[in-house]
Design a protein around this ligand. Structure first.
Ligand SMILES: [Zn+2]
Ligand SMILES: [Zn+2]
Length: 375
């Protein structure tokens, strides 16, 4: 498979590189509307596809793990009333009542994955399991519910920008995450004045290697930072399953953000890819978008090639750009319609990877922009 086939997980947490609209191609499976049927995937595992109406993704896979106490759900869809209705309809079709849901596992801190976790905790008393570093971009430590006004307050930029209100790389563009905003607004829109978003406050924060009992057997939590710092996969050695979230998707690559609390997010992503590729007892990968596939190592190989090709584009660009800003590199890496904070953030992640590998150094311009100089 060539890199041309490597689309990107477009939208609020996924930036666009190779836009599939450029050339007529069959619709990527991640973009297809949800299937009507609840598919039996493996013993005790069913797949309920929930609708997503934004960002070019057509659905999110909510996996139902049945046991003698009821069921656990992995990634219960988007927040908001319409999504709750869709989830309830899906559960009915699966012969489950809301109160049968005893556990919710959230693979990572994006709205299409944590959506109804808080609601299920409240309505069904479900445990909510996340990685220990799970944190929402607007999260408050005190309140179980967050007024919408606060979601839109400048405070939600606090860990996305430095004190001067600039990006980490000194771009003049503010990292306001407008897509998150618009998404949350559209989801929470109501005729009633004040709206509250039930935040998916976890009951159980797990670490890599922790055992979680699901579908009547033991699953292992696999911390896979990269797409987000709190990304969690689940490994079921007994049945040879890997629940992959957004970490490894069938035909598109997840957005790797430069805005996170640590060095070299792309390195972390590569390490997390190698980690899941090293399992020799995985026969089936269950992603959060798209269909199942069987060869995790093969898919990981393609994703790594894609990022190495992106790194090569930056290396080549540097020979005629000379010392240049993240924005200048972004303009070489992305098509014009994708330019913006998301593309800058992903460019930054790739540049930082090259810097940590010793291929580039940084300095600050007189306007405090970070300048990358390749060796
Ligand atoms: Zn995601
Ligand atoms: Zn996603």
């Amino acid at each position: 498979m060539s890199d041309e086939n490597e689309g990107s997980h477009a939208g609020h947490h996924h930036s666009g590189h190779a836009d599939p609209l450029d050339t007529p191609k069959p619709m990527r499976e991640e973009r297809r509307p949800p299937e009507d049927d609840i598919a039996e995937i493996a013993p005790g595992v069913r797949r309920l596809q929930l609708p997503i109406n934004f960002t070019g993704l057509g659905h999110v896979n909510c996996y139902i793990l049945d046991d003698d106490r009821g069921a656990a759900l992995i990634d219960p869809g988007l927040p908001g009333r319409a999504a709750w209705k869709a989830l309830r309809a899906g559960l009915t079709k699966a012969d489950l009542r809301v109160k049968d849901i005893h556990t919710v596992i959230v693979t990572h801190s994006h709205p299409d994955h944590f959506g109804q976790a808080g609601k299920l905790r409240r309505e069904a008393g479900a445990r909510v399991i996340t990685h220990k570093d799970f944190r929402l971009f607007w999260e408050s430590d005190e309140d179980d519910e967050e007024p919408l006004e606060n979601v839109n307050s400048p405070a939600d930029n606090v860990h996305l920008v430095n004190e001067e209100g600039k990006t980490l790389w000194g771009s003049k563009q503010r990292m306001t995450m407008p897509r998150h905003r618009r998404l949350m607004y559209s989801l929470m829109k109501t005729r009633v004045g004040q709206v509250f978003i039930p935040t998916p406050r976890p009951t159980d924060r797990v670490s890599d290697g922790n055992i979680i009992e699901l579908a009547g057997r033991e699953f292992s939590a696999v911390h896979t930072p990269g797409h987000t710092i709190d990304h969690l996969c689940l490994h079921d050695p007994e049945e040879g399953l890997l629940f992959a979230g957004d970490h490894v998707l069938p035909t598109i690559t997840p957005h790797i953000s430069g805005m996170w609390h640590g060095p070299d997010p792309l390195r972390a992503f590569f390490d997390s890819l190698d980690k899941v590729a090293s399992y020799d007892d995985v026969d089936l990968v269950l992603p959060a978008h798209g269909l199942t596939f069987d060869d995790v190592a093969d898919r990981v190989g393609h994703i790594k090639v894609h990022h190495h090709e992106r790194l090569d584009i930056l290396r080549e660009a540097s020979t005629d750009l000379g010392p240049a800003t993240v924005e200048q590199h972004m303009q070489r890496l992305f098509q014009k319609r994708s330019w913006g904070p998301m593309a800058e953030s992903e460019t930054f992640a790739h540049l930082e990877h090259l810097r940590y590998d010793g291929e580039a150094t940084i300095s600050r311009s007189e306007h405090d922009e970070v300048i990358y100089t390749f060796n």
